[in-house]
Each structure stands twice: as C-alpha cells, then as structure tokens.
Design a protein around this ligand. Sequence first.
Ligand SMILES: [Zn+2]
Length: 200
Amino acid sequence: MSKPKTKLAILIVAALIMPTIPVITASAGNWYGATGNVTCGGNMQDNNDMTYHRTSGLSSELFSAYTYALTNAVLSTDIDLQPEQSSPDDNTDVVMQEANYTGTWCGHTWHGGSGTVIVGYASCESLSGSKCQSFNIFTDQSWEVNQTTTSRRNHACHELGHTLGLIHPGSDEDQDSSCLYNTSELDYSDRDKEHINDNY
Ligand SMILES: [Zn+2]
C-alpha cells in the first residue's frame, strides 16, 4: 500500500470520531474513483444499479436508518436502487452487517478499544476490473445501540457514500452539507452528487 492510501485511511477514522476537526485530503478531493483497492482503502462500486442486502444481525433501528439513507440520499443521485435481495450473492453491491467487533480492522481499533477508534467500515470484498464488485459495510453494535435516529441515518448515508466512491471532503469541498463529514447531515453535498452522477 502506498503512503497516500495509508494517510487517507487514518483521516477516515479521524473524521468518524471527531467530525468537526478539519480534514485535509489528498489532491484527488472527495472522490476515490476506481482504485483497485480491496478490504483496506476506498473504491467505487462497479455499476449504477445498486443491489443490496441487510443481514439479520442488524438492529431494527439500523435497518430503518438504511431505509432512510437509501431512499433519501442514494436516490437523490443517479444511482438506480434495486429492490432488496432476500439473500446476497457474489454480485450484490452492498451487504450491510452489524456485530460487536473487537481488535483491529485495517490497522485501526474498533469501538470499545483504546485510542482513536472506528465505528464502521465500508470494505470492498471483490473486484470487477479496478472497481468494486461487492462491498460489505460493517457497523459496530456497541456503538450503534447508543446512537440517535439522526446519527444512525448519518452513519448509513456516510458508509453508503464510501461504496459509491466518496472520500471525506476537504475544507474546500462542501463539508457542512455532506454526510461524509457532518454528523448531523443526512444527504450528500452537491459536489458529492456531481462525482457520483459523473461516474455512474
Ligand atoms: Zn468515512
């Protein structure tokens, strides 16, 4: 992994925990594009027909938060949301999971550990060319159970945004109107949407 990608991953963690602290991103702005990354580091899903599946481990509250984010934030873009799949397959674009995760993920400590922690992660599990064939979104349940409805909806919007190729916006990139930065925001910024709509 190159140094810029490592730096970016650290910034992702910082913004999850301390969203009001300015984040300085790489010159690529708030867009990953097709990176070829799997597991660690960002990427973009491979098509605009978003298929998804919420696993049985999700709380009813997080399940509802995804419904909100999918039908408000994702559908405010050119992404063509498909009916939920009753069971995922290798081509499912996004699979949402939740559990009490421990230890580390891609070098970062899960919520409940010490220091700067992560509460969720969008992980590309397989590639289609240099884009992502299938993402898993992991959410830590010990964090999620104590959140507000707004926080859960923001989290769902945020992680889904990562699966669509978005990075946390830099200081000149509509931070306040993006759920990738502002924890009270439930939609993507105009600039976020431009990236998505230009690439799908
Ligand atoms: Zn993030």
